[in-house]
Design a protein around this ligand. Structure first.
Ligand code: 13P
Length: 249
C-alpha cells in the first residue's frame, strides 16, 4: 500500500549554513528506514546542501518549494524545473497556499508548473486547501476539487506521472489550529474519490498528505488516520530536533 511520506517545508528558513547543521544533526539521529519516505523542501539556495547530504540515503530526498513553468529565459528571480533537478531536487511543491495567497498564484499557473515538473522528471506535490471564509461558506469540497482538477489539467498521461497531493487548510497553516483527524479524513476521501474518477486504480497509489500546524504532539494521531498518507510540516520542521521527533513517529 501507500508508504507514509513525512515532508518538511522549511519555507524561508535555513540558509546553506543552517541547512548543513540541520542535515548533519537530522541524519545522525534518523537511521535509515524502509517503511517511509522523508522529503526536505529547503529554500532554493540550500537545495545543493540538502541534496549533497541526502545523496547516500534513498529514504530521505531533497525537494524544492517552487518552480517556474518555463525551462529557461528572462524570468528574473525564478528557478526552472530542469535547473531544480540539476541541483538535486527530486520533487517540487506546487500551489502551496503561501504561493497562492501571498504571491497570487492561480490554478492555471499551478497546472503549468505540474506539467513542467513532469517534463523534467521531477515528482510534484500539488497543494490544495480552503480559507476559513470558504470553509464557513460550505465551499471546501468544491474548492479543493477544482484546485485538484485544474492543477492536473495540463499534465498528460497522469496515470504514469509521479505525483502526490497535500491538503493544507489555509486556516490551519501557522495558526496553531489543526484540522481534526476526522476533518482531514473527510477531505482526503473527497480527493481520493476525484483521483479515482480521473485515473482509476492508479489513484489508490497517490499519497495524500495533510498539512497545517502539525507538531510532535498531534502528528501521530493525524498520521494514524487511514486516509492520511503523510504530513507536510512547516514551523515544526525547521529545527532538527523537532523534525526528528515527527519524522521518526
Ligand atoms: P505549519 O506547519 O507551520 O502550519 O505550515 C504548514 C505548511 O504550510 C506546510 O507546507
Amino acid at each position: 500500500m501507500r508508504r507514509p511520506v513525512l515532508a518538511a517545508n522549511w519555507k524561508m528558513n535555513n540558509g546553506p549554513t543552517a541547512a548543513k547543521t540541520f542535515m548533519d544533526a537530522f541524519l545522525a539521529g534518523y537511521k535509515p528506514r524502509t517503511d517511509r519516505t522523508v522529503i526536505i523542501f529547503p529554500p532554493a539556495v540550500s537545495l545543493p546542501t540538502v541534496a549533497a547530504a541526502t545523496s547516500g540515503r534513498s529514504d530521505v530526498i531533497a525537494g524544492i518549494q517552487n518552480i517556474h513553468w518555463a525551462e529557461k529565459g528572462a524570468f528574473t528571480g525564478e528557478v526552472s524545473a530542469p535547473m531544480a533537478a540539476d541541483a538535486g531536487a527530486r520533487v517540487v511543491l506546487v500551489g502551496h497556499s503561501e504561493r497562492r495567497h501571498v504571491f497570487g498564484e492561480t490554478d492555471a499557473q499551478c497546472a503549468k508548473k505540474c506539467l513542467a515538473a513532469s517534463r523534467a522528471k521531477l515528482a510534484f506535490m500539488l497543494c490544495v486547501g480552503e480559507t476559513i471564509q470558504q470553509r464557513e461558506a460550505g465551499e471546501t469540497e468544491s474548492l479543493v476539487t477544482r484546485q485538484l482538477r485544474e492543477g492536473l489539467s495540463q499534465t498528460p498521461n497522469l496515470i504514469s506521472v509521479d505525483f502526490m497531493l497535500a491538503y493544507e487548510p489555509v486556516w490551519a497553516i501557522g495558526t496553531g489550529l489543526t484540522a481534526s483527524a476526522g476533518d482531514a479524513s473527510a477531505i482526503h476521501t473527497v480527493l481520493r474519490s476525484e483521483l479515482s474518477q480521473m485515473i482509476g486504480t492508479r489513484g489508490d497509489e497517490i499519497p495524500i498528505l495533510y498539512g497545517g500546524s502539525v507538531n510532535s504532539t498531534n502528528a501521530a494521531s493525524l498520521l494514524g488516520s487511514p486516509e492520511v498518507d503523510g504530513l507536510l510540516v512547516g514551523g515544526a520542521s525547521v529545527e532538527a530536533s523537532s523534525w526528528l521527533s515527527i519524522a521518526g513517529i
